[in-house]
Structure formats: C-alpha cells, structure tokens
Design a protein around this ligand. Structure first.
Ligand SMILES: Nc1c(NC[C@H](O)[C@H](O)[C@H](O)CO)[nH]c(=O)[nH]c1=O
Ligand SMILES: CC(=O)[C@@H](O)COP(=O)(O)O
Length: 190
C-alpha cells in the first residue's frame, strides 16, 4: 500500500502497549531541517500522547542522514534506551549521491537492528522532491514521525516481553502476552 492510501499519523491507542516506563532516543539529521523538525515533532508528540514522559525522550542532532548510523550506534552504546528513532530527509538532487546516501543509511540502520539488542526505527524520508517531504512530515499524508513513534513503542514492548519470556523460559504468545506457567509449554512454530 502506498503512503497515499494510508495516513501516516493515524493510530489506535487501544492497540498500543503501555509505554510510560520506556525511554526513547531520537537522532535527528540537520539536513532539510524544516522537514526533520516536523518529523521530530510528530514523533515527540505521539510518544507523549502515549504517556511517555518528556524527560524519558533523549534527542541528539547529527549533520546529515548518513551520520544517523553513527549517532544511533553511540546512542545505543551510551544511553539506557528501549528503542531509538532515526529521523532524516533525503531529497533527490542532480547526481547519484541520493542513491548512495539512501542505500548507505538503509543498510547501516538495518545492520544496527541485526547487531544490537535495541530496536532502531527507520524514519528517513527518501523523496523525489521537497513537496513529497512536506506531504509526509505533517502534510496531506500525515507525519512519518508519528508512525515511527508508534513503531518504536511496539518494538520496545516486543523486546521487553521477549526478554521476560526468555528469563522464564516461557513462550511469548502471538498476542504478546506471556503466561507464566508452572510447566513450560512447547513454543509454537518451533
Ligand atoms: N543531500 C542530503 C544529505 N547529504 C549529506 C549526507 O547525509 C552526509 O551528511 C554527508 O555526505 C557527509 O557525510 N543528507 C540528508 O540528510 N539529506 C539530503 O538530501
Ligand atoms: C541526497 C544528496 O546528497 C543530494 O540532495 C545532493 O544534491 P546533488 O546530487 O545535486 O549534489
């Protein structure tokens, strides 16, 4: 489904786990800052709307989207956070640099999700022009920062529940709820 068929800002709080005890890091690229500030505001407002105290949200700025990789890595290494959101806006220029920045950031953030224990949420616009970025940072298509915040809460919850399940040697049920039982059950789909 393309973004034009899905408003990025819509979410149902009834489907979102309790986030009041989670801590979030947000790394923001300064390139196209009129756009990245809008994305940040969407993410911050959604986290607070989901009962995350503002003091549990840590913001770092980096020069451009390519630096989001290193910024997120250092955030994970030095801060006690349950998820990190990286925010950037890459817009096609005259050269192939767009392709390399987009590919590099995508692969770098993917690598962090594979190599580390804390989820890193990809909130990087890769647009053909500024209007597409405006439309996705609080415009007609909603705010990708809002979408990223909800994803961050859900992934932080999965991380938390999976950790508990592992500690109790119990299955993490598809609903995400864990039943602590006397006799461990066979984990589904083993
Ligand atoms: N053109 C855009 C960039 N380019 C800069 C790179 O991200 C990087 O900072 C530079 O290559 C130094 O390492 N960054 C964006 O975030 N958005 C752009 O449109
Ligand atoms: C993504 C970029 O680095 C790009 O916007 C830079 O513009 P240009 O390709 O015209 O140098």
């Amino acid at each position: 489904m393309a973004t034009e068929n899905k408003n990025l800002s819509e979410y149902d709080k009834n489907t979102i786990p309790n986030a009041k005890d989670f801590r979030f890091g947000i790394v923001v690229s300064e390139w196209n800052d009129a756009i990245t500030e809008g994305l940040y505001n969407g993410a911050f407002d959604a986290l607070v709307d989901c009962d995350v105290p503002a003091q549990q949200i840590i913001r770092w700025n980096v020069p451009g989207s390519f630096e989001l990789i290193y910024g997120a890595k250092k955030m994970l290494q030095t801060q006690n956070v349950d998820a990190v959101i990286v925010i950037g806006c890459v817009i096609q220029g005259e050269t192939k640099h767009f392709d390399f920045v987009c590919e590099g950031v995508t692969q770098g953030i993917k690598d962090l999700n594979v190599q580390t224990d804390v989820p890193v949420i990809f909130c990087v616009l890769t647009d053909n022009n500024m209007q597409q970025s405006i439309d996705r940072s609080g415009g007609v298509h909603g705010n990708k920062g809002t979408e990223a915040a909800i994803a961050a809460i859900k992934m932080a919850y999965i991380r938390q529940q999976a950790s508990i399940a592992h500690a109790y040697n119990q299955p993490l049920l598809s609903s995400g709820a864990i039943q602590i039982e006397d006799t461990p059950r066979k984990i589904e789909n083993e």
